[in-house]
Design a protein around this ligand. Sequence first.
Ligand SMILES: Cc1cc2nc3c(=O)[nH]c(=O)nc-3n(C[C@H](O)[C@H](O)[C@H](O)COP(=O)(O)OP(=O)(O)OC[C@H]3O[C@@H](n4cnc5c(N)ncnc54)[C@H](O)[C@@H]3O)c2cc1C
Length: 377
Amino acid sequence: MGCAVARELSGHYNDTFLFEKNPGITKGENQSSRNSGVIHSGIYYDQETRSQKAALCVSGNRLLYDFCERYKVPALKTGKLVVAVSKEEEDVLDLYLDRAGKNRVPGVKRIPGSKVKELEPNVIALSALFVPTTGIVEPTALVYRFHALASRAGVRFMTDTEVVGLEAEGDFIRLIIRYRDGHTDRVKARVVVNAAGVEADRMARLINPDSPYELDPVIGESYKFYAHKRPELGLSGMNVYPAPEAVITPHGSHFTVGVHLTPTFGDSPDRPALGSTVTVGPRLVPVRDRNEWSGPPSPAKIFAVRVNSFFPGLKEEDLIWHQAGLQSRLTGYPDFVIEADSVNPRFINLLGIDSPGLTSSLAISRRVGEMVSELEG
Ligand SMILES: Cc1cc2nc3c(=O)[nH]c(=O)nc-3n(C[C@H](O)[C@H](O)[C@H](O)COP(=O)(O)OP(=O)(O)OC[C@H]3O[C@@H](n4cnc5c(N)ncnc54)[C@H](O)[C@@H]3O)c2cc1C
């Protein structure tokens, strides 16, 4: 998000800086390099509680495909199946078909199990939603491109530089930054955009201790398998998702997208093409301490069991560990928060930018650009 926003602002303001506490920036060092790389369509988000996600995912989807085409970032519109294996799951699909209509997601339709078999012979289902605008993108290449464009347009990227304090000062915000060697500096900015991912709530409280938002990050774990290893593992290249499943949390119940199959890119140097690796995940696991979350992975068996109802060929021994990534989920609040701090309007917060944040990155950065332009003209 930081790189996307920097690119958006770079054409309009001369002195744009991005501070990053990690030593590197070009690959997206935190969530942005540890996600599923799915370009979501926008079918999941209801208008009552997740209207920002609905709008920004649908517009972000279009913007992202156009951007990737223009700047040669690997992306493919693979399409997706959301499959139902029981009558109850078919009822859930009805809900999401309705949601797709309300969110104006183009081309979503219900297809019978026989059609699923034609599209993906190794997948079984009573029926499915066919979602043509879902795809995949190479997330690190995307961040790299945002960074390169912003950098070329004059944005200064300060790595190994952590923001450790913030103070409002008239029409400015003072940032206290700390370099790797421990030295600190003070910088005055007219506008600050908080794109600190899983640290964004703490950053928001540095300037406004009463900021009401609290992150409750969750780990998404993934395994992978090689589709060429056995005929039963072959896939034509679509994303395959189960019907969304209900989860009960202390803050209420909601649906999650569930453990799914996602194709990945091969090594073709000339144009984006699918490879043989398919990821299985993410499975969301609670985390006690967001700074010490890289515990041992959950057993592969759990992942095989989770997809076996619709993809019976996958065995525990086919699975190889892929990755874990921390998602910046907000406590008790399911939508993106893109708003100026209530006390300091020159401080713009991006909070709870969990999935579909990658898909929505260009739409969110455009929204931030409009907010900055209202402040600065
Ligand atoms: C497992 C998983 C699967 C996902 N799948 C998808 C998907 O398929 N499709 C999709 O659209 N989205 C997906 N997402 C969501 C997507 O990855 C995120 O929405 C997006 O990457 C968020 O980007 P960000 O820049 O906000 O956060 P990050 O990439 O985490 O970046 C935040 C940056 O802020 C820096 N920072 C923090 N504190 C400070 C400080 N004090 N000073 C300086 N720098 C600081 C960090 O070092 C970091 O580099 C997934 C996420 C996860 C974890």
